[in-house]
Design a protein around this ligand. Structure first.
Ligand code: CTP
Length: 478
């Protein structure tokens, strides 16, 4: 069905909102033109429900917002941003943003806050994309009328991201829009219009003036999309990825020595990312997929006997993550630790199935992964990207065995959130020891005995084993 088919009906359904009538009536009493504009209008036609609503008026957006907040009474809260000439009214979970129409770019940065008043047409021209430049009138005499000077509807129908003006102007007004173009193309599964894309290639270096936080917001939205690889492949194609995330670009390429090559780790990573994205909305697990092989370029070696190797790339990757996060101004919090843990552990399940799947190895994996074991298994299954279908089948089958064993052993031994059944205090008081390395040694021996299946994960058996160990280590009184 074409976007054009039921435009009127969709507008009618949305403009029934009481809030729109309220805003329109107040604008009328002020003799002001007022429109709902931007992403909300785009999303009406894409059937994407949205709670952020932008209003543009001719004159002061702040004054209109103040009057709207006043009329809504205690249900609404108002925040005014004088430097930007904008104001926000929050109401029943809706965020209403008010701005006056501008001649200059919609988003001028803080170094250049003075913007001249303009007409609606001026305002629409200075927006980022044709699909984001549509407006719907809220004034009584033209209520619900769509103003679409750049054929945003046509571009929605053709599934195209295109700037309203010469893209060099649109992108120089706000270079973040280059990332927004790629983000929208990824989120909506649209194409970027060739002239627009060429302008991104030409203007890519201007991304340097944009804060890392704004860039990361866009990356996050790409990561949350259904097929995130699309975004990274586009970022790479236009040259932005090299500037904002060189560690990913370093994964690219295939080197061949004596006729032996290795896989392109960038393309592999893209596939793993999409595989994971198909199974989970957990964006941090998706980040783990994006970064799982990030240590490969540094660890790559070639030798005649082994061919290409990437020894310890998982641990090297794990250690690279805090640096990457810091540089990208991502929060260095427990989410980062989770990603580090998964990247560090991602070779374990595969190593485990290449040999015999022993109970002891499965228990150790369960112990190290803890509650993240299911996420780790998901990452590892996604990591199987071989073209050899037989191999894929065999590996997946073996992973299924590991999963089954994980369930059985977890039921029996409760390793996932392992608490040693004998505590350090108990060891100290039993043998009248001072806190010392020997206490740690006994504790470690008990833990290993449980993980190796020598004793069950129970207090009495562990207590007995504690005595035997202390005796073996020559502890007095044992
Ligand atoms: N806009 C712009 N240039 C920017 C950011 C925003 O022209 N760099 C304009 C666009 O018209 C956009 C509107 O401001 O539609 C609202 O911006 P924003 O809330 O950031 O984005 P949305 O388009 O609503 O999309 P999303 O909520 O998915 O970010």
């Amino acid at each position: 069905m074409s976007i054009n088919d039921n435009i009127e009906d969709k507008i009618k359904a949305h403009t029934r909102r009481r809030t729109f009538h309220t805003v329109g009536n107040i604008a009328d009493t002020l003799s002001r033109q007022c429109y709902v504009v931007g992403g909300y209008v785009r999303d009406i036609f894409l059937d994407r429900p949205s709670t952020d609503i932008d209003f543009v008026t001719l004159g002061s957006g702040i004054e209109l917002a103040e009057k709207v907040a006043e009329s809504l009474g205690k249900d609404a809260s108002l925040a005014v941003f004088r430097t930007y000439g904008t104001a926000q009214v929050k109401l029943y979970g809706l965020e209403l943003e008010f701005v006056g129409a501008r001649k200059e770019s919609y988003r001028n940065d803080s170094r250049n806050p003075i913007v001249e008043d303009g007409t609606l047409d001026d305002d629409q021209k200075r927006r980022d994309f044709t699909i984001n430049a549509m407006a719907i009138s809220l004034n009584k005499d033209s209520y619900g009328q769509l103003l679409d000077p750049f054929d945003g509807i046509g571009d929605l129908d053709r599934r195209i991201i295109r700037t309203p003006l010469d893209p060099d102007i649109t992108f120089s007004d706000d270079p973040l829009r280059m990332m927004r173009a790629i983000r929208f193309a990824t989120q909506l599964d649209f194409e970027i219009y060739p002239e627009t894309f060429k302008a991104i290639e030409r203007n890519k270096n201007r991304i340097g003036i944009i804060t890392k936080e704004r860039i990361c917001d866009e990356l996050m939205k790409i990561m949350k999309s259904d097929i995130p690889s699309r975004g990274f492949i586009l970022l790479d194609k236009c040259g932005l990825l090299e500037l904002i995330f060189p560690e990913l670009v370093a994964l690219q390429g295939v080197e061949t020595i004596n006729g032996r090559g290795h896989k392109d780790n960038f393309l592999h990573t893209m596939q793993v990312l999409d595989n994971v994205a198909q199974s989970t909305k957990n964006v941090w697990l998706r980040w783990s997929a994006l970064l799982h092989d990030i240590g490969k370029p540094i660890t790559k070696r070639y030798d005649e006997k082994m061919g290409w190797t990437f020894y310890n790339h998982n641990y090297v990757g794990e250690r690279m993550i805090p640096r990457i996060f810091k540089k990208m101004k991502f929060p260095l919090n427990e989410k980062m630790k989770y990603i580090q843990k998964l990247v560090g552990l991602h070779m374990r399940p595969i190593a485990l199935i290449e040999e015999e799947v022993t109970d002891s190895a499965v228990r150790r994996l369960l112990f190290d992964a803890g509650d993240d074991i299911d996420d780790l298994m998901m990452l590892c299954e996604a990591d199987i990207t071989s073209k050899n279908q037989e191999k894929v089948k065999r590996l997946l089958h073996n992973f299924a065995i590991v999963r089954q064993k994980l369930i059985e052993l977890e039921e029996k031994d409760r390793i996932r959130n392992f608490q040693p059944p004998v505590t350090g205090d108990e060891i100290i008081s039993t043998f009248k020891l001072e806190p010392s390395p020997i206490v740690g040694k006994i504790k470690e021996a008990i833990k290993n005995a449980i993980l190796d299946g020598i004793i069950p994960n129970e207090h009495d058996a562990a207590f007995k084993y504690m005595y035997e160990t202390a005796e073996r280590l020559g502890v007095k009184g044992a």
